[in-house]
Structures are given as C-alpha cells and as structure tokens.
Design a protein around this ligand. Structure first.
Ligand SMILES: Cc1cc2nc3c(=O)[nH]c(=O)nc-3n(C[C@H](O)[C@H](O)[C@H](O)COP(=O)(O)O)c2cc1C
Length: 405
C-alpha cells in the first residue's frame, strides 16, 4: 500500500491537479488506475501483493475522490431513522419495523408480514433464500425466529400480550396473536435498535460470572440447549473447525459468488437495496461498487480470511453454541428466538457478538462438531462468539411497506 501510494503521489506531483475530486467516478478511477499501474508494469516484476495493494489504493482513491464520505452520512442518517424504538403513537407497523431489525442470514431479510387486526403473521420469503450456504433453509427459519422475538418484545412495550404459535407445513410460518397486557418496555426491548453483528477484534477480556448468568437466562427456550465455552482449549478446538469450514467454503466458487452477490461495497449500493452486507458493517473498506467487484477476488482470499478468524476468535471472551432438540423448521424458529434474546441481553450489557457458523454450514463438518459437543445425534444450529468491542456501523433494512403483504 505505501509503495502504491508513493507511486500515485509521484505521478500526481508531476501532473498536479489531474486528480480532481469533482470528476466523474469512472474517469477519475480509470485515470488513477493508469497512473498507478502503468509505471509499475513497465519498470519491474509485479508481485501479487503489489497488485492487490495497488488495487486497494485505487479503491481508496476512488472512495475519497468521488466523495463517498457525504454518502456515508446519508447512510448513517437512514440507519438512525430506522433504528428507533416505538413511535409516540405506536401501531402494528411499528411492531413490524422493530421485528425487521432482527439478525438474519446475509441480511437478506427473508420474511413477509401479514397484518390482520390484532394478528401478526410472519412468512418465509423464499425468493430471498441463500441456496448455497443454506440449502435446507435452516438459517432462513432461524431468521424468522429472531424477527418473531423482536415482535413479541415490541408488542409487550406497547402494552400487548402475545400468543405465539408455529404453523408447520411446506412453508412453516409464525402467528402472533396480540391481546391487552401489562405495558413492559423490557431491557431486551430497549436493546433492539442497538443490537448488531460485530465482526471485529474484541478486547480479549473475560465476561463476569454475573453477566454470564444473565446471558444464560436470556437465551433459555424450551426445546433449545445453549452451551457456553470460555476455556482457551475449547475455543481453539472450535477455531480449528471454523478454519476447516471457512477453507472449504472459500474453495467453493458457488459459495463465494453467492456471498459476493449480497455484499454492498458502497453506501449508494446499500441505500439502493437496503439489504445485504455493507462493507463498513464488517469493518471493511468502503468503495464504489464497480471497484469492489474488481478487487473482491484479489482481497477475499482463504489465507487472509482464516487469519482474520484466528484473531477474532482468540480476542473473544467465549463462544455460545445453540442446539435445537430436533432438526426441523419449528425448532429452528425456537433457536432464532433464543439467539435473539441472547444477543439483546448481551447488547444491553455492552457485550458484542458475531456468528462463526462455518462448522455447521459445511455438511461434512457438522457431525464432527456434534461429536465434539458430545451430542452425536444432534444438529448444532448456531455458533456465536462474544466479547467487548466498540460498535461498527449499523446495517440497513428494507422499508416496512416492502415486507408487509
Ligand atoms: C441464522 C443466521 C446465520 C448467520 N450467519 C452468519 C455468518 O455465518 N457469518 C456472519 O458474519 N454473520 C452471520 N449472521 C449475521 C447476519 O449476517 C446479520 O444478522 C445481518 O447481516 C444483519 O446485520 P445485523 O445483525 O448487524 O443487524 C447470521 C445471522 C443469522 C440470523
């Protein structure tokens, strides 16, 4: 990176004023790329690293030059508008908005909501399934459970009790019947707008026994077992499986392509779709989408991703594993409710979390992981690391009107 930047500055010094922040993105980034790469190609052997770093420099220049920062402001405004608690005159649409702030795989937001008087129904949106990483729709139904839990907590804050039932069928759905109840704006409810998946390095400090007890209590759900691992030897054993799983996924072009399709490199891309994985939310650089597409293959590499997971897991206070009693959509929804409450309780205590699901996503590793857990007949559902760290930018959600039928 320093070499590439130095070369850029050398060219820029010779032709001052040629990089103009008000030029069009395309012209400017093409020019920056030419400035960078031409002298490198002509004068020396180019290492892969130099090329990657040059690409990143171009991305950084494009970002700064085209003024992505003001757009980041628009992004943050939108995220803040969405992440409010109930409005002064709350109704069912507020409950739906808060439900959509739930965790969900790849931020595909795979749900549709039906509102009929005092009944809220949550259906899967099969057009938003991720067939490669989630061929049996496990993550999709867990995501529905996360949204259902937010809905129940938000209804309680409005003074409505909730009777939740799960309808099994070809497309399993959730029905939440609301009735008058005591108004209860719980700690978990208040944490809904602040909860996020924080994919960064944590501070490596342990969590107190008192806080662990609160996390355990919050995650309690009939039909779901939650196991906590805080001993370094256990975390290293899970790390080995995460690395094996990540390596298998990175070697699978279909997995990489599906993931890439859900990545939003620029605030404009994220604002246009209001779904997917915005780079900044994973602590990655922001850049115009077309540059992101260009450099993705060069920077998203197996070794660097594995190193990242090593650092992230070793900096975490512990790992929680969620295991449903049965492997069916009904239990996956229960797992989602349990995980969402765990994540909200953690958020309320300033504890972050992030998924490291590779050992349960790669079918050949799942039985091995179940064996290691001492539950050979179970299908482990979620693996989540936790610990303390600063927040990253919040992810966006689609408008309520787009998800209500
Ligand atoms: C079932 C499920 C599986 C997930 N799997 C992963 C994962 O493997 N890796 C990851 O980084 N995040 C994972 N996530 C987190 C989502 O990507 C995240 O919830 C989504 O992008 C929305 O962002 P937010 O949680 O910050 O609101 C998962 C979430 C759910 C509910």
């Amino acid at each position: 990176m320093p070499l590439a930047l130095w070369r850029f500055l050398r060219v820029y010094r010779k032709r001052p004023g040629t990089i103009d922040p008000y030029q069009s993105t395309v012209r400017q980034a093409c020019y920056a790329m030419l400035c960078l790469h031409q002298p490198i190609w002509e004068t020396e052997m180019v290492s892969r690293r130099t090329l990657i770093m040059s690409g990143l420099s171009v991305a950084a220049l494009g970002t700064a030059g085209y003024g992505l920062w003001p757009r980041l402001g628009a992004y943050t405004d939108q995220a803040m508008r969405q992440r409010q608690l109930l409005s002064a005159d709350p109704g069912m649409m507020d409950v739906v908005r808060l439900a959509t702030l739930a965790a969900n795989g790849h931020n595909t937001q795979p749900w549709r909501f039906g509102v009929d008087g005092e009944t809220l129904r949550i259906f899967p949106d099969m057009s938003r399934r991720t067939a490669v990483v989630d061929p049996d729709d496990h993550h999709l139904y867990v995501s529905l459970g996360c949204a259902a839990e937010n809905a129940v907590l938000s209804a309680a804050a409005q003074g409505r009790g909730a009777d939740l039932t799960i309808q099994s069928g070809p497309e399993t759905s959730v029905t939440i019947g609301l009735r008058p109840g005591p108004e209860r704006a719980s700690t978990l409810y208040r944490a809904i707008p602040q909860r996020q998946s924080t994919r960064s390095i944590y501070d490596a400090e342990p969590i107190s026994a008192q806080d662990m007890a609160l996390l355990t209590a919050a995650a309690r759900e009939e039909g779901v077992a939650v196991l906590f691992f805080t001993e370094p030897a256990d975390c290293e054993a899970i790390l080995d499986l995460v690395i094996a799983g990540n390596s298998a996924q990175m070697d699978d072009p279909a997995f990489v392509e599906e993931l890439r399709a859900w990545i939003r490199f620029s605030p404009d891309q994220a604002l246009a779709t209001r779904d997917g994985l915005f780079s900044a939310c994973s602590g990655n650089p922001v850049m115009p989408g077309w540059i992101g597409d260009l450099v993705f293959g060069a920077v998203f590499r197996k070794d660097s991703e594995n190193d990242k997971y090593r650092d992230q897991i070793r900096s975490s206070a512990g790992i929680a594993v969620f295991v449903g009693d049965k492997a069916d959509p009904e239990h996956w929804i229960k797992v989602g409710r349990s995980f969402q409450r765990f994540a909200l309780q953690a958020t309320a205590m300033g504890i972050r979390n992030a998924h490291i699901n590779q050992p349960i996503e790669v079918p050949t590793l799942r039985p091995q992981f179940a064996q290691w857990l001492g539950m050979p007949d179970a299908r482990p559902d979620l693996i989540v690391r936790f610990g303390r760290a600063p927040a990253l930018p919040m992810s966006l959600r689609r408008p309520v009107a787009d998800v209500v039928m």
